[in-house]
Design a protein around this ligand. Structure first.
Ligand code: AMP
Ligand code: ZN
Length: 465
């Protein structure tokens, strides 16, 4: 493959596709906002990690050296992204009566299991917020020195009115926000100001006395815990430097979380924080973002219990471009699974002619390098498998699967149940006795149970329908 070809990426900052230029030749640093580990991640969350995985694969395919960092939020993320409500981890502590660290490690491990099932490569670095308290305090001190912080009775806040370009990522209209100010801002000076450090609260918003927090630390400002946004600024700086190539997340992070990360990082360093901001659109359910009230909060394990292959979910996410919303339903997942199985069946029949199709590979490359146009790449793959004249299918598909990560050429190990094995044995006996009618009846019965039987010189072969 050509080295370092032109990769175009849609940058939320400029609202257009740009040709990627690395800070350091041949190297790309990627930071992906990670999970809050108070509960299982749902398939909506996982869509955004599949998108980040494809991004990384595109760079690796192009022979870049990639350093990928994902954080693990195990403190400070309140029930609303805008510093309101209770800490999600502390709520989990009350729900599960366990140590916060035990809860965090459990859901983090579940998340890693999902990565494995979905063929998402683990990052080079996982970093937990609670293991970087020192770095976060240091960064807040730096911001304090720059004169952009102030203290209220519940914490240390970032004064967003001190920045001329606050909200540039989301193109926030601050005047509009201030004019339409209906939300209670309490002691905050501006509606967009956000917490850097929170003092351990004694009471919740309704005046109810709260139990002592499990996770709290000494700081120059008092005992408490870091705000949610500061962890990403501090940890991306530590592992990728002050100026990084790419930062990813879901579109919900644009107006608050990523906007605040930019404010903190750029004020502290005086440098541009991120060159390319990439955001994945939502996985929806009944037309709305998956949520408790809308529904659709499935986990991968729940889909498996319903008989779905996790890679069929990966395939489903490839039907729509990452920047478009994708509606999820069990029916659409079933169609994706059928298509995925059909594709694998066709591929399993191909003969290896030891060649490669430059024509198809070229089309494929230009699709994936055009802002990760995976739906187009998938249609090129289908065209290739259906093209009766095309040569080099096996090796070309092998190359393509480096991006898809769909195990397209991996032979399925079929776990044949005892009852199907019995039917196969009966059919073999019927065939030995030349009882073709019985043999055909048994074939139909096995088919109704979801398997095709083929008679090969080596005996009966099963294939999942
Ligand atoms: P959270 O654990 O809530 O911080 O979310 C983890 C990641 O999933 C973030 O990048 C979110 O933007 C993303 N996300 C949350 N809900 C959805 C959804 N329904 N569809 C796609 N991405 C989502
Ligand atoms: Zn983040």
């Amino acid at each position: 493959m050509t080295k370092f070809s032109k990769i175009k990426l849609y940058n939320t900052l400029s609202r257009r596709k740009e040709i990627f230029k690395p800070i350091k030749k041949g190297f790309v640093g990627i930071y992906t906002c990670g999970p809050t580990v108070y509960w299982y991640q749902h398939i909506g969350n996982l869509r955004s990690y599949i998108f980040a995985d494809v991004l990384k694969r595109v760079f690796l395919y192009d022979k870049y050296k990639v350093k990928h960092v994902i954080n693990v939020t195990d403190v400070g993320h309140l029930t609303s992204d805008a510093d309101e409500g209770e800490d999600k981890m502390e709520k989990a502590v009350l729900r599960e009566h366990k140590k916060a660290e035990v809860i965090a490690n459990f859901y983090w491990q579940e998340f890693k299991n999902d990565f494995k099932k979905l063929n998402i490569a683990e990052p080079n670095i996982w970093c937990k917020a609670t293991q970087h308290i020192k770095e976060q305090i240091k960064l807040i001190k730096k911001l304090e020195k720059k004169g952009v912080t102030y203290k209220t009775s519940d914490g240390i806040y970032f004064d967003t009115s001190k920045l001329k370009d606050y909200g540039k990522l989301a193109k926030l209209n601050k005047q509009g926000l201030e004019a339409g100010k209906r939300i209670e801002i309490g002691e905050k000076k501006n509606i967009t100001d956000f917490a850097l450090w929170k003092f351990s609260p004694l009471m919740n918003a309704n005046g109810k006395l709260l139990p002592k927090r499990q996770q709290e630390w000494e700081s120059p400002w008092g005992v408490g815990f870091p705000g949610w946004h500061i962890e990403c600024s501090a940890m991306s700086m530590k592992y990728l430097g002050e100026h990084i190539d790419i930062h990813t997340g879901g579109i919900d992070h644009i107006p608050v979380h990523h906007t605040n990360e930019i404010a903190q990082s750029e004020t502290a360093t005086g440098k541009k924080f991120v060159n390319y901001w990439l955001h994945g659109d939502f996985l929806n359910f009944k037309g709305e973002k998956i949520s408790k009230s809308t529904g659709g909060l499935y986990t991968i394990s729940e889909l498996q219990e319903k008989g779905f292959n996790p890679l069929a979910f990966r395939y489903l996410t490839f039907i729509t471009h990452y920047r478009d919303p994708l509606n999820f339903s069990l029916e659409s997942l079933q169609s994706a699974q059928d298509a995925y199985n059909r594709l694998k069946n066709i591929i399993s029949e191909l003969k290896n002619d030891k060649r490669i199709s430059r024509k198809y590979l070229k089309q494929f490359n230009s699709a994936i390098n055009d802002d990760l146009d995976v739906p187009k790449a998938l249609s090129i793959l289908w065209k290739l498998v259906r093209d009766k004249k095309a040569m080099g299918k096996i090796h070309t598909i092998k190359e393509m699967d480096k991006i898809f990560g769909l195990d397209l050429q991996k032979k399925e190990k079929i776990n044949i149940s005892a009852s199907i094995q019995k039917l196969l044995q009966e059919r073999e006996n019927a065939r030995k006795n030349k009882n073709w009618q019985k043999s055909d009846e048994l074939r139909d019965k096995i088919k109704s149970l979801g398997y095709l039987v083929e008679d090969t010189p080596k005996g009966q072969k099963l294939k999942k329908i």
